[in-house]
Design a protein around this ligand. Structure first.
Ligand code: TRP
Length: 331
C-alpha cells in the first residue's frame, strides 16, 4: 500500500539551516521513496496568526517556496502547493471546529505557554491571543485530514499537533461513522535538533539562526557570531562545542574527524570558524544558485504552485465530498 506523506512549513521568517537539516532535507529524502505519495505545502494561513504585514508575508512566502525548490523538491514527484489556494481546507476547518472540544485547545502547548507567561506577568491570560492562534491546531488538523494522510514528518515540537489531529479525526468518526483517516507523526529519532549560534536549539524565536540563503559575506558574518568559550589558540577545545557540531553537518566524515582532532589539539576559534564557513559555503553554494534563479523567476514558482494546487484540490474535493455526505450537507 502506498502511503501518503504530508507536511507544511509556515513562512514566518527566512529559512535557516535548522529548517534545512531538521525538516526540508529529510522530507526531500522521503519523496524519493516510490512507496510514498508526498504532499508538501507552504502554510501561509498559519503564518497569518503571527504575521500581519503584507510585505513580510510575500517576502517569507517566496523565501520558503524557493528554498524547497532550491533544496531539490521535484514538483513532478511531490504535490507542492500553497495552503491558501486550497479552499476546501478552510471549509473542513469549520466542520472540524464542531467536533473539537474547547478544552482540547486550552491544552495546546503553544497557547498554554502564552497563557502561563501572561499569568506570570499578572496581565489578562489571553492577552495577545487572537482566535487564529487559538484555533491553530484545528486548521492544522484540516490540512492533514483533508488528504487522508498516513504520516506527517515533523519535529518533536509538533508532536502534540498531530495527536490533536488524531483526536479530532477520532471524534469526527465517533459521531459520523468511519470517514477520516487517523494520521501518525513521523519523527526521525536521530534527527538532530540543531544547535543555534548560542548553543540553544536553532529557532526563529531565539533569534539564533543561520540563514540558509544569503550572500557569502552575510553567511560568514553569522558563522562568526557562533558563541564560543574564551579558550585561546593552543588550548584544547571541547569536542561538544557548537562550532564542531555545525561543522559535522557540512563536512565529509574525514574532514569532520580531522577538524575535531584539530580542535582537541588547540585550533583557535577564529581559524575554526573560517573552516566552518568554508565547508558551509561549499555545501550551500550550488543550492544558492538555484535559489537565486527562482527568486528572479517568481512566475515559474507561481506556476509550479498553481499546478500543485490543482492536483491537491482534486484529492481535497473528494475527501470533502465524503465529509459533507457524512454530516448531511451533500445533496
Ligand atoms: N505547525 C507547523 C509548524 O509550525 C506547520 C504546519 C501547518 C504543518 N500545517 C501543517 C506541519 C500540517 C505538518 C502538517 O512547523
Amino acid at each position: 500500500m502506498r502511503k501518503r506523506i504530508l507536511t507544511g512549513i509556515k513562512p514566518t521568517g527566512y529559512a535557516h539551516i535548522g529548517n534545512y537539516f531538521g525538516a526540508i532535507k529529510p522530507a526531500i529524502e522521503l519523496s524519493k521513496n516510490p512507496d510514498y505519495d508526498c504532499y508538501y505545502f507552504i502554510a501561509d494561513y498559519h503564518a497569518l496568526t503571527t504575521l500581519n504585514n503584507k510585505e513580510e508575508m510575500k517576502e517569507y512566502f517566496y523565501n520558503i517556496a524557493c528554498t524547497w525548490l532550491a533544496c531539490g523538491l521535484d514538483p513532478k514527484k511531490v504535490v507542492f502547493y500553497r495552503q491558501s489556494d486550497i479552499k476546501e481546507d478552510f471549509e473542513l476547518n469549520w466542520i472540524l471546529c464542531n467536533v473539537t472540544p474547547k478544552g482540547l485547545m486550552n491544552r495546546a502547548h503553544a497557547y498554554k505557554a502564552i497563557v502561563e507567561r501572561n499569568e506570570e506577568q499578572g496581565i489578562d491570560r489571553d492577552d495577545g491571543v487572537n482566535m487564529g492562534l487559538y484555533n491553530y491546531p484545528i486548521l492544522m488538523a484540516a490540512d492533514i485530514l483533508l488528504f487522508d494522510t498516513d504520516l506527517v514528518p515533523v519535529g518533536l515540537d509538533q508532536k502534540q499537533h498531530i495527536e490533536i489531529a488524531r483526536d479530532i479525526a477520532h471524534n469526527f468518526n465517533g459521531k459520523y461513522g468511519k470517514c477520516l483517516k487517523e494520521p501518525c507523526d513521523y519523527i526521525d529519532k536521530n534527527n538532530h535538533t540543531l544547535v543555534g549560534l548560542d548553543g540553544r536549539k536553532m529557532s526563529k524565536s531565539y533569534n539564533n539562526t543561520i540563514r540558509l540563503f544569503t550572500d557569502e559575506a552575510t553567511l560568514k558574518k553569522s558563522i562568526f557570531r557562533v558563541v564560543t568559550d574564551s579558550r585561546l589558540p593552543g588550548e584544547p577545545k571541547d569536542a561538544d562545542c557548537t562550532v564542531n557540531k555545525l561543522f559535522k553537518l557540512f563536512a565529509t566524515k574525514e574532514e569532520a574527524d580531522k577538524f575535531e582532532q584539530d580542535l582537541l589539539n588547540g585550533l583557535g576559534w577564529g581559524d575554526a570558524k573560517k573552516q566552518l564557513f568554508e565547508v558551509a559555503n561549499r555545501f550551500i553554494s550550488p543550492m544558492r544558485e538555484k535559489f537565486d534563479y527562482y527568486m528572479e523567476h517568481k512566475e515559474e514558482v507561481d506556476k509550479i504552485l498553481k499546478e500543485g494546487a490543482l492536483k491537491a484540490e482534486k484529492v481535497a474535493k473528494e475527501v470533502l465530498a465524503r465529509v459533507r455526505k457524512a454530516i448531511g450537507t451533500d445533496r
